[in-house]
Design a protein around this ligand. Structure first.
Ligand code: PAF
Length: 275
């Protein structure tokens, strides 16, 4: 696997590599969920490019960028073992040189749910991914279902700005007890870890209740009851998968979404209702 932090060098290498190019953007701290994105890209593309960049623009003022786990050596090895051809790992000065001031904002879709809790988060994500897409010029962008709202925001951006790239959503990877894989799981105490799979059960309860005719408000009450008492829900809802507008049925395409705090750790999960 070749690694570079230089945009010019990356472009030179990619010009000589076969298409289609599959691209997996990451912020490192890799787990099996990221590896599923790489495996899918490897299976579908002649060339696989990954990026590793801890993007300061998507961290809020009260979120500790300095504490974000970094393990470039370990992550490089994981990418190489998974068959990545080229890793782009730029410094902040390469991505955001002095004078950088342009941002990408997808509007309403990024202002609710996660966007309401983290107001600058999605414009940080879209700005960095727009720049990465311009640099890498991939044919297929691979993103994880786990961050459902991010998938919707990025698909909106790709459509609105006309990026010539297909967006593929890769299913969430789970522990044996259905807890969605996340780097945040490491912060759970043993009691919280035991309680955390109840988020997935709550989402299933919400989906099943609405599918069998319950009003959404009543279904949300049942879903909250399915949560372990250690979990404090921020929201449990059903949304259109493209717009992230709330909907009252489980018609496809939709996400049944939830964000729940276990102590100081805030976990996200969703069920994808596909066509
Ligand atoms: O999902 C992530 O890890 C990040 O939001 C992404 C897409 C790599 C942009 O920094």
């Amino acid at each position: 696997m070749k690694t570079t932090g230089s945009i010019a060098e990356l472009r030179d290498w990619l010009a000589a590599l076969p298409r289609p190019i599959g691209f997996v953007p990451t912020m490192g701290a890799l787990h099996a969920g990221h590896m599923a994105l790489v495996q899918r890209a490897r299976a579908e593309c002649a060339t696989v490019v990954a990026s590793l960049f801890v993007n300061p623009l998507q961290f809020g003022l009260n979120e500790d960028l300095a504490k974000y786990p970094r393990d470039l050596v370990g992550d490089r090895e994981r990418f190489a073992n998974a068959g990545v051809d080229v890793l782009f790992a730029p410094d902040e000065a390469v991505m955001y040189p002095p004078g950088f001031s342009t941002t990408v904002d997808t509007g309403a879709i990024g202002t609710k749910y996660e966007g309401a809790v983290r107001p600058t988060h999605f414009s940080g994500v879209t700005t960095v991914v727009a720049k990465l897409l311009t640099i890498v010029a991939p044919d297929i962008l691979y993103v994880g279902q786990k961050d459902a709202q991010q998938t919707a925001v990025l698909r909106r951006m790709v459509t609105d700005l006309g990026f010539p790239v297909a967006v593929e959503i890769v299913e969430t990877q789970r522990e044996a007890d259905e807890l969605a894989l996340s780097s945040r799981n490491a912060y759970l105490t043993p009691e919280q870890r035991a309680a955390a799979p109840s988020l997935h059960r709550a989402l299933e309860t919400l989906r099943d209740a609405v599918a069998s005719g319950a009003k959404k408000n009543d279904a949300v009450v049942r879903a909250r009851a399915a949560l372990d008492p250690l979990g404090a829900p921020d929201y449990l809802d059903i949304v259109d998968a493209d717009t992230f507008e709330p909907i009252d049925s489980v018609r496809a395409p939709a996400f049944v979404i939830g964000a729940v705090r276990f102590g100081t750790t805030r976990l996200l999960d969703n069920l994808w209702i596909r066509k």
